[in-house]
Design a protein around this ligand. Structure first.
Ligand SMILES: [Zn+2]
Length: 431
């Protein structure tokens, strides 16, 4: 019996209906359906699925860490070219537009941008000799050498991805089961290629497949979950699932999970500018006295000097930040299954309210998102879906479950042991 785990990236619980997603909708009554799936807050859902642990247990919360010791970019410490390139971008940003010469300024800027992206790609190639997947995003070049990674240091597709946590892949390797891992970053977000490769596996006996359809993340970031485009994206994924169903026939158990949701962006806040004002007031310098990381929904601070610590109260007293979000404390971290007190995520973490986007952030260049996730995961918009069906899977319904429950569910469907540190409970009974 084959097992097909399909991750529908950012597929929100309310996308399923008979018009947009007729295949998924029809399958609900044939298997186990959980209407809302809730993950730990943050951006490390793949680890939650593959290990069955919440963020507080796995110690994983965001992809990027403050970790100068283990940063794959530490070769950039003191690098002159980084400072020079950044200085050039700053100068171009304030270059006055002389009438008639505006096109010239535009050309200079776009040329500099292309060069900057080329430079980033070179740096990334070098960093990835050490860390399997180390995207530099739009992190300021002068700060890259301080940044480490929480996931994908070694590939999740191979045994031994984590020193301290067992994954389903470790279990499958031990039990000698054939498997393939067709998820990010091994398969670079190309849904048509994923479909082709999964369909090819329908010939392998006892195969366990981990696949990911990612358009529901990428395109819905771009257009927003309230857009007509989102409905056609959901429909296209539904069509792909139907193709796979025809290819695999009755020799397959399916586990499908939308790992989190997405919400329409209502308001943009320029946290960087707000913090720059606070820093100027205190006479502290980014890089020397403190570090800042801007995930799209989080502003994280690491204080490096006593003077840098002086910024703490200034930030906490910011009216703008108080109005549009809150600071992470012990209690909130426990509620949202987030690790707390780990300085690699920052000495202070500000979480934006649902629908508030930090813009600019360290991921997006120019084109701003209309949809975002990574807000507190107990909000309904942040919840995904779960569906499992196939031979031996008992029918059933639950209103809500946790993303970590998906891990033991895949194991139950495949008939293998659960990873050693799993905290989830299987969502299916296999008859
Ligand atoms: Zn996303």
């Amino acid at each position: 019996m084959k097992t097909l785990f399909i991750l529908l990236d950012a597929f929100r619980h309310d996308y399923i209906n008979p018009v947009d997603t007729p295949f998924l909708h029809a399958k609900i009554s044939t298997g186990m359906y959980v209407r809302k799936l809730r993950s730990s807050t943050g951006f490390t859902q793949r680890t939650e699925v593959m290990t069955g642990t919440c963020g507080a247990t796995s110690g994983r919360f965001t992809m990027h860490l403050f970790d100068s010791e283990n940063s794959p970019y530490r070769f950039l410490r003191g690098n002159r070219k980084c400072r020079w390139v950044e200085r050039e971008m700053e100068l171009l940003a304030v270059l006055p537009g002389v009438p008639g010469l505006r096109w010239f300024r535009r050309r200079l800027r776009s040329r500099a941008k292309v060069q900057l992206e080329r430079f980033r790609r070179t740096l990334r190639r070098r960093a990835e000799q050490e860390v399997h997947n180390a995207p530099p995003g739009q992190i300021p070049l002068s700060m890259l050498h301080e940044i480490g990674f929480s996931e994908d240091i070694r590939p999740l597709s191979a045994p031994g991805a984590y020193d301290e946590l067992e994954t389903i892949v470790d279990v499958l390797a031990r039990e000698n089961r054939p498997f393939d891992f067709l998820m990010y970053p091994e398969v670079e977000c190309r849904d048509d290629l994923v479909l082709e490769r999964v369909a090819r596996g329908s010939q392998i006996d006892d195969w366990v497949c981990f696949a990911q359809f990612a358009d529901s993340d990428a395109l819905v970031h771009r257009f927003g979950p309230g857009s007509p485009e989102r409905r056609s994206v959901a429909g296209e994924i539904d069509r792909k699932l139907r193709v796979l169903d025809a290819a695999f026939g009755n020799d397959c158990r399916w586990v499908i999970a939308g790992d989190h949701g997405m919400t329409d962006v209502q308001l943009r806040v320029d946290a960087a500018a707000e913090i720059a004002v606070a820093a100027r007031n205190k006479g502290v310098r980014l890089g020397r006295d403190y570090l800042l990381f801007l995930d799209s929904t989080l502003a994280r601070f690491r204080f490096k000097s006593p003077r840098g610590w002086g910024l703490l109260d200034e930030i906490k007293n910011s009216q703008m930040l108080a109005q549009h979000g809150r600071f992470l404390d012990n209690e909130l971290a426990a509620e949202l299954s987030i690790p707390f007190g780990d300085r690699r995520y920052g000495d202070l973490v500000w979480m934006a309210d649902v629908g508030v986007l930090i813009d600019p952030d360290y991921f997006h260049d120019g084109r701003s998102s209309k949809g975002m996730h990574g807000y507190r995961s107990d909000h309904d918009d942040m919840k995904g879906i779960f569906l499992s069906f196939g031979p031996g899977i008992a029918t059933g319904y639950r209103e809500e479950a946790r993303l970590r429950d998906v891990c033991p569910t895949i194991c139950a469907a495949a008939g293998v042991a659960e990873p050693a540190h799993n905290e989830g409970t299987t969502l299916v009974r296999v008859l």
